[in-house]
Design a protein around this ligand. Structure first.
Ligand code: SAH
Length: 241
């Protein structure tokens, strides 16, 4: 009887210690990720010509490790894409920053993203602009991204599961459109839903070849396109394939 009460006592006294230890560990992990993010901003972004201060601030603040599967967290700030399940990937940080900077995001913007994936790029955009509408074709990924976005408290991101080829008519026109899967051609509904003076960034080309990252601009009702750089993105899928 006595010995049991002693062991209960010592067990109870261990609980606060365990809580304290977990807190210390959590703080040191959080600090570690913050440092890794800082290094990512300096070495991968600023060193390669990302200069837009809003983009840099958003990349600095968005916790990329929260958007990747648990087993990938320790690689979250490395200079490469990472698998996020269902054969899809979260883009390399530099590509996310480049695509964000090129649309020249402003605080009043309403942006459409095609290809929610992990929800990371939507989160980066939402740090800068007023509202982000993002569409994912794989239901499980869209649902998962929506849950992460909710848990992290982002309230200006709207996720929908659908074929992004058709855009999001009810919320059009958009100041900018970001497409994160490689299309064989630029979907006409997206061009239609781009505001006058708006910019769209989209990888164009065949799924198994190097594609071109293209900037599409709408000026005086006319469309101009510019090839920016060769890239390799996952394919833009269609609902009926
Ligand atoms: N922006 C994402 C990266 C996603 S990878 C991130 O930050 O994690 C590209 C995503 O586009 C994949 O999840 C893929 O399922 C999705 N996708 C491909 N074709 C699509 C389509 N027609 N409509 C919507 N999403 C599509």
């Amino acid at each position: 009887m006595k010995s049991r009460s002693i062991s209960t006592f010592s067990f109870l006294s261990l609980v606060p210690m365990a809580i304290l230890l977990s807190c210390i560990l959590l703080i040191s992990f959080t600090d570690d990720f913050r440092q890794q993010r800082e290094q990512m901003v300096r070495r991968q972004l600023q060193a390669r010509g990302i200069t837009d201060s809003r983009t840099i601030e958003a990349m600095r603040n968005t916790e990329r490790h929260r958007f990747v599967p648990a087993g990938q967290q320790r690689f979250a700030y490395e200079d490469r894409p990472l698998p996020i399940g269902h054969g899809q990937t979260i883009s390399q940080p530099y590509i996310v920053a480049y695509m964000t900077q090129i649309i020249e995001p402003k605080s009043h913007y309403r942006v459409l993203e095609i290809g929610t994936g992990s929800g990371y790029h939507a989160a980066v955009l939402s740090e800068i602009v007023d509202e982000v509408f993002t569409i994912e074709i794989i239901e499980a990924l869209g649902k998962q991204a929506d849950e992460v976005i909710d848990r992290l408290g982002y309230d200006n991101i709207h996720v929908k599961t659908a074929d992004g080829y058709y855009g999001w008519e009810e919320h059009a026109p958009f100041d900018a459109i970001v497409v994160t899967a490689a299309a064989e051609y630029i979907p006409p509904p997206l061009v239609e839903q781009l505001k006058e003076g708006g910019k769209m960034i989209i990888p164009v080309g065949s799924p198994f070849r190097v594609q071109q990252l293209m900037l599409v601009e709408k000026k005086d009702g006319r469309i101009t396109t510019r090839n920016l750089m060769p890239v390799r993105f996952v394919p833009f899928r269609r609902a009926d394939n």
